[in-house]
Design a protein around this ligand. Structure first.
Ligand SMILES: *Cc1c(COP(=O)(O)O)cnc(C)c1O
Ligand SMILES: [Zn+2]
Length: 397
């Protein structure tokens, strides 16, 4: 294994990686660091090309020492699909969709769970707990069951019903909370305090390895383009772990010398019903203020107070990217239009990115020649209500 330690990006304190860790004493999330010189000497892009079609093909850049600790359902290596018809329609002929709907449990959260649960098991953790907007809890419950770990999941009542049922099916202890993810977080904090250290806090960014799983989306985009970066990557941002992870992946690849210096511009998409990052970005602030009365159909991005706000804002600013908020009505219309032109049923969070792409093209921030990758972070099938409301179209004959 090439993992050496954990770094605090805020106060630069170094932390040991050989025992369970949560936040730095200063309150910042921690980032996993690798001996990249040793990785470069040990493996090349050509070696990786011949490996299995899952995220473990990047094992030198992942934090699991013993292959027998890997907990997997074959997650990763999702298709990067050209969407030329829809792309031409919105003035972006080089539009690509990375479809995370095909990942086990139906969302990219399985990437974080696969790596986070594998490392937790390796470090001797027996029981994990976390608040969730649904998909993360479903993924962690599923991978924890496969690893023989216990999982306690706290979820808002408004989260997609299927994610609740997935937790129960995987034998997790499920707590339904009348509120939002931050309210669920308070319940988890109380449970952790009572457990006397027997339960590990696996909340978003409070443990460092879920991010490592999510960064593999960035590694895959680059490898699938032939070890080349696109011009722009558009990501639906809730906790922001995927965006921070993609940014981290790109920086590691650059340090390895596997890609050129140029970075893709990273775009954080939020809902106008919950847009703390967009508001902070527009104000030029370093931190985001909590969003009051958050609500959107794109439930996965309903995160009023993301812990990784500084890292998200750094990823955007450091790549000349931007942040944009879109309305539910727009994203639902784009979801349907995309389905009718390309056939793929997106999740609402993925559709929000198409709305962002369309608007950024219309106002000139995106150019017609830009190669744009949109992350569809989950399967549309997990959100049947987004397409259920209308009956069949009247027969034209
Ligand atoms: C969790 C989630 C998001 C947001 O992911 P972050 O990396 O936490 O910002 C987006 N889409 C879906 C479908 C999700 O489940
Ligand atoms: Zn610190």
């Amino acid at each position: 294994m090439f993992l050496t330690h954990l770094d605090c990006p805020r106060c630069e304190t170094r932390h040991a990686a050989d025992r369970p860790q949560n936040l730095c004493d200063c309150g910042s999330p921690l980032l996993a660091r690798y001996d990249l010189d040793a990785v470069r000497a040990a493996v090349s892009p050509a070696d990786i090309a011949g490996r299995g079609a899952d995220l473990w093909r990047y094992r030198e850049l992942l934090p699991v020492a013993d292959p027998t600790d890997v907990v997997t359902f074959g997650e990763g290596w999702t298709p990067l699909l050209p969407a030329a018809r829809y792309g031409a329609h919105i003035g972006l002929p080089n539009l690509l969709i990375k479809d995370e709907g095909l990942v086990p449990t139906g969302s990219f959260k399985a990437r974080g769970a696969a790596v986070g649960v594998s490392r937790a098991r390796e470090l001797g953790i027996r029981h994990v707990a976390m608040p969730t907007n649904g998909n993360a809890g479903a993924a962690w419950a599923t991978y924890a069951a496969r690893a023989g770990l216990r999982a306690t999941i706290a979820m808002p009542l408004g989260a997609p019903t299927i994610t609740r049922n997935e937790c129960l099916a995987a034998g997790a202890d499920l707590l339904l909370v009348d509120g939002l993810i931050n309210d669920a977080g308070r319940q988890v904090a109380a449970i952790l305090a009572e457990s006397g250290g027997m339960i590990f806090d696996a909340s978003t960014l409070k443990e460092p390895y879920r991010l490592e799983g999510k960064k593999t989306m960035g590694l895959e985009i680059v490898e699938q383009l032939g070890w080349r970066v696109p011009d722009v990557i558009i990501y639906p941002t809730g906790g922001g772990v995927g965006l921070i992870g993609i940014h981290k992946a790109l920086r590691e690849l650059r340090e390895l010398g596997w890609i050129e210096d140029r970075m893709p511009r990273l775009v954080a998409v939020q809902s106008s019903g919950c847009a703390p990052i967009v508001r902070a970005f527009e104000a030029g602030a370093r931190r985001a203020e909590p969003w009051v009365d958050a609500a959107t159909v794109a439930f996965g991005i309903t995160v009023p107070a993301p812990l990784g706000d500084e890292l998200i804002l750094d990823a955007i600013a450091g790549t000349d990217g931007t942040a944009i908020a879109v309305d539910d009505a727009e994203l639902l219309a784009d979801l349907r239009e995309f389905g009718s032109l390309e056939g793929l049923l997106l999740c609402p969070e993925g559709a929000a990115c198409l709305t962002a792409a369309r608007r950024l093209r219309a106002d000139g921030w995106l150019g017609a020649a830009d190669e744009v990758v949109v992350l569809n972070t989950g399967a549309g099938l997990k959100y049947p209500e987004t397409v259920a409301a209308e009956g069949p179209a009247p027969n034209a004959d």
